[in-house]
Design a binder for this molecule. Structure first.
Ligand SMILES: [Ca+2]
Ligand SMILES: [Ca+2]
Ligand SMILES: [Ca+2]
Length: 131
């Protein structure tokens, strides 16, 4: 009996965290593994990969240009175009997919851009409010 109760109390938390990953806004504090209120490139990569996971619409583990560009049916051409250009910049070998090397580079570039004071970690102040 005690065991069932434990399961019941734990379950809502599990569900809540699953929902956060699936759709809700990402709280970067969840990725601050050592709790020092700063994100290292490793911690930041985890966050980004979680964010980008939703672009893999067919869940084959590959981010294709088609998936990245086509987010909804009512997007303007300009928006579609901008996304395609963005993707092409990241797609170093031009195969319309992002491999792990390309993703790592993209995240590293992102990290350097956000790390304004070049401390090799992102402080609370440097992290954007929303992505
Ligand atoms: Ca940290
Ligand atoms: Ca995919
Ligand atoms: Ca590629």
């Amino acid at each position: 009996m005690r065991k069932i109760l434990t399961t019941l109390t734990v379950a809502p938390f599990l569900l809540a965290s699953a929902l956060t990953v699936a759709g809700g806004p990402i709280d970067w504090r969840d990725y601050d593994n050592d709790g020092n209120k700063k994100l290292t490139i490793e911690e930041f990569s985890q966050l980004r990969i979680t964010q980008y996971a939703k672009f893999d619409r067919n869940s084959d583990g590959i981010w294709s240009r088609k998936e990245f560009v086509k987010r909804s049916n009512n997007m303007t051409m300009a928006r579609t175009d901008a996304l395609r250009k963005k993707f092409n910049k990241w797609d170093a070998n031009d195969d319309a997919e992002l491999n792990s090397e390309e993703v790592a580079k993209l995240i590293a570039g992102n990290f350097r851009w956000l790390d304004k004071n070049k401390s090799r970690s992102l402080s609370l102040k440097e992290m954007p409010k929303r992505f």
